[in-house]
Design a protein around this ligand. Structure first.
Ligand code: FAD
Length: 421
């Protein structure tokens, strides 16, 4: 039965069961029960987690445990954590620095997980909360009579509201664009693989993630993350291919870390958004997570923002309704994320230009001498703080600026600094 037949009832159709879709489904179920609402929540997810892959590094950043417990009433199962991340190596073309957290403010560590197991856990929790889950792909949507009709490979479904949590699925993005004017966010391409260099070489990384900002214009950034028994390698850029990843792994930059023989597993293609989607909500629909473009540049915290946006969307739907006007409030709820995307874009553009011209080398050198700059780089790479705060901290610290200026001058006069590691 649709909600318009009974004003207190509501049927929400969710396309996609990643972190954003599951968080929205679970939050609707929990909050709806507390409010005494008659709710029907239907979620469509065609992937079988474990058989199909998820093109993600699976690094969970703080405050993931707080988000899970305070917003979703869930606990992160310890068996999902393959490794606790204690630090980061940041590599520019000719320099490297080890970064750890020296701020007393954020004491939680990031954690490396197997992403499909996290997705499977969240979907199981949605089922437990009473959500109807169908293993179907959504192929079309129509909006009429104050509601929505969703067409799937397993039949059609009517509801009051569509929640688009389909990541960057281009097919469904195009459908929504035709029906509503929604425009999917621009994105960067990624290629990811697993490397099995033997347990000894995985352990040699000592629970550190390696992040690379190479001068090669084909690559915006690259990363190596030690997992349980392998290392996950990633390259990201406007147009990256399997060849880009192989060339990066064979490069002298990467051999600073991967100085051992290795074989690569299958390659996985993916993408992540680099700006907010246009018209990400309207009458009877809202998009969340990657579909809404809510992802911090350089990949960080996409899982966290997906979970939070799902929770905010559920709250908004239940408290205010399903009209465009009622949903417009989410712009305020998402303000921190959306606002920070612009700071992140500025940081990304600056890092890109500096990497191309090897200007990051003196920045890393300056960070060795400046604890504030080192902490700012740690917060940026580990996604522990917003780009807005990080940029303000750097610009507002005369000692950091002096250190940056003096290392840059030294580098220009004396040439390349000595590389650590
Ligand atoms: C290479 C790479 C590495 C990353 N590493 C990290 C990291 O380490 N840490 C981190 O926090 N973030 C990381 N991210 C970002 C993170 O993966 C995303 O931000 C996060 O998964 C967004 O969650 P979501 O639910 O919005 O979308 P997704 O996780 O993409 O979920 C969308 C779901 O919708 C389903 N779907 C799509 N189309 C349909 C359809 N038509 N019908 C039904 N279902 C559909 C998909 O099968 C999928 O399960 C990474 C991203 C990439 C590309």
């Amino acid at each position: 039965m649709k909600g318009k037949d009974n004003p207190d009832s509501l049927r929400v159709l969710i396309a996609g069961g990643g972190p954003a879709g599951c968080a929205c489904a679970i939050s609707l179920a929990h909050m709806g029960a507390m409010m005494g609402r008659e709710l029907s929540i239907v979620l469509f997810e065609h992937k079988q987690y474990g058989i199909h892959y998820n093109q993600c590094m699976g690094v969970l950043s703080p405050p993931i445990e707080t988000i899970l417990s305070e917003h979703l009433g869930l606990r992160l199962p310890v068996e999902l954590v393959q490794r606790t991340i204690e630090g980061y190596w940041l590599h520019s073309e000719h320099n490297s620095i080890h970064l750890t957290n020296h701020s007393g403010e954020h004491s939680e560590h990031s954690m490396a997980t197997r992403r499909v197991l996290l997705d499977r856990y969240l979907l199981t929790q949605a089922l437990k909360a009473g959500v109807e889950v169908y293993p179907n792909r959504v192929i079309d949507v129509e909006f009429c009579d104050g509601g929505v009709c969703v067409y799937t490979e397993g039949g059609s479904f009517e509801g009051d509201m569509l929640v688009g949590a389909f990541g960057l699925d281009r097919q469904l993005g195009d459908v929504l664009h035709r029906r509503t004017g929604y425009r999917a966010p621009d994105f960067l391409e990624t290629v990811i693989t697993k490397i099995h260099p033997g347990q000894h070489n995985v352990e040699a990384q000592k629970n550190n993630i390696h992040a690379f900002l190479p001068a090669d214009p084909a690559i915006e950034f690259a990363a190596l993350t030690p997992k349980g028994n392998h290392i996950t390698a990633l390259v990201a850029g406007q147009r990256v291919t399997g060849k880009t990843l192989r060339e990066f792994l064979d490069s002298s930059l990467c051999s600073r870390v991967m100085n051992f023989p290795y074989q690569i597993d299958d390659l996985y293609k993916g993408s992540f958004p680099i700006c907010p989607a246009k018209r990400f909500y309207g009458d009877n629909y809202i998009t969340i997570g990657d579909s809404a473009g809510l992802l911090r540049p350089f990949k960080g915290k996409g899982i966290n923002t997906g979970l939070l946006s799902g929770w905010y969307a559920a709250k908004s739907i239940l408290e205010r309704g399903v009209s465009r006007e009622a949903l417009s409030r989410v712009e305020i709820d998402f303000a921190e994320q959306i606002g920070d995307l612009w700071y992140g874009r500025a940081a990304r553009a600056m890092a890109g230009v500096m990497a191309r011209f090897s200007l990051l080398d003196p920045v890393l050198e300056a960070a060795r001498r400046s604890p504030q700059l080192s902490q700012a780089l740690f917060d940026s790479v580990s996604a522990q703080d917003t780009y807005r705060n990080i940029i303000h901290r750097i610009v507002g610290s005369p000692s950091t600026l002096t250190s940056l200026a003096s290392e840059s001058v030294k580098w220009l006069v004396n040439g390349r600094p000595q590389r650590e590691q």
